[in-house]
Design a protein around this ligand. Structure first.
Ligand SMILES: [Fe+2]
Length: 249
């Protein structure tokens, strides 16, 4: 299993404090069946430091059977600052997919235009945890971005019983309408609310949507993104007219 979004690097951005917590996160990931991690920090002028942290963690990761990649999670506004020909850090060495956080409850109307422009440079975009930022009133705009090849990634922690009901419900709605394409941990800590909740999330998704959907969201599609392949569509039943109306689609 590939975790395409995990804040594993220690003492950088808002990741874990100290190497020992990163190592504990690696152990937890291995126990969950993870074999590849896109180890990210929020974008900043510290790619070298980020790569150094990964080299420190690589021996332990390899001993646990985990491949590490040093990545960035970008704020959408970072893209504007990167100019027309940016060098973006992707989710794996061979992938052209880039993690994008809108960091706001507003989806900019020009997001599709920006994605289109950067697609000309070969980049594809993964919109991270929309269920945390938006409401079902934004589903139509999200589905338009998806039609333009943007990918939607949910956070494992959104499926936990302690997550806000609005977040949990939107995460399930995004699966029900076939918009969700992958789940990642977005873990920042070894324990607590920001831990790696992939096994619990997978159990919750399997119960509600079936094991085939869970396999696509947790295994197949994250691996496809890592390998620079577009995710497969979720095998979900078509929405009724009432469900479409309720979700604004
Ligand atoms: Fe993140």
């Amino acid at each position: 299993m590939y975790d395409i979004h995990c804040h594993l690097p220690f003492d950088i951005s808002d990741g874990p404090s100290g190497r020992s917590e990163s190592v504990e996160m690696l152990r937890i990931a291995a126990e969950a069946g993870v074999t590849g991690i896109n180890a990210v920090a929020h974008f900043g002028n510290y790619l070298r430091e980020l790569q150094d942290r990964i080299e420190v963690l690589r021996p332990e990761a390899e001993a646990l059977g985990i491949t590490l990649h040093a990545g960035f999670e970008y704020d959408f506004s970072d893209l504007a600052e990167c100019g027309d020909d940016p060098r973006l850090v992707t989710v794996s060495d061979c992938s052209r997919y880039v993690l994008i956080d809108f960091c706001s409850s507003n989806l900019p109307y020009f997001a599709g235009m920006k994605f289109y422009q950067l697609a000309g440079r070969g980049y594809r975009f993964i919109i991270v945890h929309p269920e945390v930022l938006f409401t079902r009133h934004d589903l139509k705009q999200l589905s338009e971005l998806q039609r333009q090849n943007a990918v939607i990634q949910l956070n494992a922690s959104s499926f936990l019983p302690e997550s806000a009901p609005a977040v949990r419900n939107l995460a399930h709605d995004l699966i029900r309408c076939g918009l969700a394409q992958a789940v990642a941990s977005d873990a920042h800590r070894a324990t607590g609310r920001r831990r790696n909740a992939l096994p619990e999330a997978r159990a919750a998704v399997s119960r509600r949507h079936g094991t085939e959907v869970a396999e696509l969201l947790f295994d197949l599609n994250p691996q496809r993104l890592w390998e620079n392949l577009h995710p497969l569509e979720l095998p979900v039943p078509p929405l009724s007219r009432w469900q479409k109306w309720r979700l604004g689609l």
